[in-house]
Design a protein around this ligand. Structure first.
Ligand SMILES: Nc1ncnc2c1ncn2[C@@H]1O[C@H](COP(=O)(O)OP(=O)(O)OP(=O)(O)O)[C@@H](O)[C@H]1O
Ligand SMILES: [Mg+2]
Length: 311
């Protein structure tokens, strides 16, 4: 049984279909990156999983517990970090954590030790006595994460924990999430940006307007979205002939003459097959001026996936 199971989750807000039947599993110990643009339905999903929002249809289970039927059971085992940090001005950092620990009915004598531990884990030990409103945004964000950890939950649901953080704080957050992963926690973390999560999530789901368009192991997803690459080939003449020759190749799916003697080739082969393609043109007396793979970074691929072009 997966630690998080989401089955055909649907949520309607009046006329908006925020979730249109989303299904995915997250295994115990996985770090799942939940990626999608504004309005995709990430927060809605996370709120349903956190028992703060009832789904219109569908089901979700955390460690086998139904989020609709037993919300209290779910709340004990999850740590939820909302996308916005609530205002708790007149409280010191440690008091804030103490308040949440008390909400989880952690006995008073145990609380101080736990607070020190989570402050250390989130690198806020020196801010223990600071008022919450005196903390920087990044520190507040870390305090919010610390608050999710006081009851040592098995599952963390983090809604854009990296938003508003500077590059250094992002790297630190990433390290912290990796550390929590090593501690065996199952983590769902949302973001707009695939590259931000790609190096520490082992699984990802890409959602767009309420539909999961790709999900699975990160290696598989990357392979899938990198599936076809584009070659730019310039020749001195014979572009039509070159097109014909290339199109006859198994690993060429498409050839476009973008301007005279410039070809754009949709290529599905491996890097090792590229020299053969070049040799083939040469053998057919096509003189190649340049032969280059179009640079496509992950971000760019992601943009294409989310516009549905690749899929
Ligand atoms: N309380 C609400 N009432 C009405 N519509 C809502 C409500 N909450 C969300 N929506 C709509 O549901 C859709 C999904 O919103 P959601 O907040 O889940 O997106 P998101 O992926 O978290 O986006 P972002 O990246 O901007 O945080 C949007 O079209 C939004 O307008
Ligand atoms: Mg959101």
């Amino acid at each position: 049984m997966a630690m998080i199971e989401v089955r055909n989750l649907t949520k309607h807000f009046k006329k908006t279909e925020a979730l249109k039947g989303v299904t995915f599993d997250i295994e115990q110990g996985d770090i799942f990156g939940y990626i999608g643009p504004n309005g995709a339905g990430k927060t809605t999903t996370i709120k349903v999983l956190s028992t703060l929002l009832l789904p219109t249809r569908g089901e979700a289970f955390i460690d086998g517990i139904d989020v609709v039927r037993d919300p209290m059971g779910v709340r004990k085992i999850i740590g939820y970090m909302p996308d916005f940090f609530g205002v708790y001005d007149e409280m010191k950092a440690w008091e804030y954590l103490d308040f949440f620990a008390a909400c989880y009915r952690i006995p008073k004598q145990k609380r101080l030790g736990i607070i020190d531990d989570v402050l250390e884990l989130t690198d806020l030990t020196t801010k223990k006595e600071s008022f919450v409103h005196e903390l920087s945004r990044g520190m507040k964000q870390r305090l919010c994460l610390a608050r999710c950890l006081v009851h040592d939950p098995k599952v963390l649901l983090l809604d854009e924990p990296a938003s508003g953080l500077d590059p250094r704080a992002r790297i630190e957050l990433r390290e912290l999430l990796k550390e929590l992963g090593r501690m065996g926690k199952t983590i769902l973390v949302s973001s707009h940006i695939l590259t931000e999560l790609a190096d520490f999530c082992n699984t990802v789901g890409i959602i767009e307007v309420g539909e999961m368009i790709l999900s699975g192991k990160i290696e598989d997803i990357l392979r899938e979205i990198k599936g076809s690459r584009i070659l730019n080939i310039k020749v001195t003449g014979g572009d039509e002939k070159a097109k014909e020759i290339l199109l006859a190749q198994e690993n060429v799916e498409d050839v476009l003459i973008s301007e005279p003697n410039s070809l754009k080739v949709g290529f599905t082969g491996e890097t090792d097959d590229l020299p053969d393609l070049m040799d083939l043109l040469k053998e057919n007396d096509i003189r190649v001026v340049s032969f280059a793979e179009e640079e496509t970074d992950l971000e760019d691929l992601f943009m294409r996936v989310t516009k549905g072009i690749v899929t």
